[in-house]
Ligand binder design. Sequence first.
Ligand code: HAM
Length: 480
Amino acid sequence: MTPKKTVLPKKAKPAAKKPVAKSAVKPEKKSVAKAAPAPLVSENELLMQSLRGMRDILPDEQPYWERVRRSLSTAAQDYGFQRIDTPTVEYLHLFVRSIKEGTDIIDKEIYSFQTRGGDRVALRPEFTAGIGRAYIQHGMSVLPKPIRLFSMGPVFRYDRPQEGRYRELWQGDFEVFGEADPILDAQVMQVAYRVVRELGLKDVEFQVNSIGTPESRKRYEKALVRFLESQKHKLCQVCRERLTTNPMRILDCKEDKCVQLTSQVPQALDFLDDESRAHFKSLLEYLDELELPYSINPRLVRGLDYYTRTVFEIWSTDREGKKYALGGGGRYDNLIQELGGEPTPAIGFGLGLDRVVLEMKRTQVRPYEFPKPRVFLAQLGDLAKKKSLRLFSELEKHGILTTESFGRGSLKAQMRVAGRLGVEVTIILGQKEALDGTAIVKDMVSGTQETVTQERLVDAVKKILKTNVTLAHPPVKSEK
Ligand code: HAM
């Protein structure tokens, strides 16, 4: 049957260019709109191309990513963070309630859609909200505190794609629930530092600030608005609107004229309540104790609205041209309660893995080296081919990393592959050996070879490789 052709007119524009949040947060309608159903496939989608701002991470690049994944996992383990994986898709409402309208993420960048069942859902633009939801949903508040959780995976933001800015980006995320003491803030920053340093990034520095409690933040916002109202003409159009909707976001604006003006605005630190001030002071003392490189950035407010008190970002300091934060985080002492849980202080950070990888490449950090196979398994004839599948699995069970070229018939071609790979041992299984239950083991360095029974094969290979067998994994113990 020929599939029905449903093709959009050529110039169909991506719908999400406009801010989506306003419509996205409208009360749910029970019935789906009556407009003509959109075609299922547009002409653009027929091109074999990934979406703008979304990339394939090809095998060539994986050694960098593997190093990042390993560093994150070991740091998580060493600092007592347990892995959690939450769904990529959540109710839209979760993100709107946590990150809040008035932020770029909710107003412009969230990927939201209505499911066939009528639910308004969104691709996660970050981890914190989903992990917070899971914390409440699974009653984790009864666990001994602090509860440390770690995750890693893709998040989605409809940002303007450029180097270091993607629409599908990867984050490593660390969250600590149930402790308000600033020592945890320092420890979370220590974990972030440990990861980037272990990845070989040397020139990194934290920017840190405190935005206080919601009350002190309100006082600050008032002073900020008072100052900016008097200079309104110097702001970009968007920031003029932000003056009434979300004035703190003006401090985040990247427009030159806004950056210039915001360098003169009052500082959040001057409006802190006594407790937040003491909290921040202790944090700085801990950072000094840990000798973490930091500078106070009094205008750092962060692009998500759930933060209270500590906010921080980790920047690479030595980047010519474009600069961007490698990661960011902060305290969100009210979020869990706002989402319907018990009052639970919390702190966390997210590391932008795409940017970390870019920085690793720029500074020529060595990627992870996957272990190379040291054994090649060659076969000749139908029976040998069959038997070699079993032999391969036998070697693999003993953790001996082996490679083969099963698709090739001629022994010569297979030996060429073995030579090119630089293996130390080649096992040859010909018709005769397959019938005999033996195999030829060739030491590729000395050129000597011997015929052994297939039962003795693993030992014979190990003998040639001596003690330093490249183990793909510890030998598998079969269950009794
Ligand atoms: P965030 O600052 O929005 O924080 O994102 C963390 C990191 O993700 C950024 O520092 C940056 O490296 C990376 N990132 C953000 N947007 C993009 C993009 N379009 N392309 C590439 N990389 C990007 C959060 O997401 C918070 N949830 C962090 C947190 C955890 N706060 C408390 N707990």
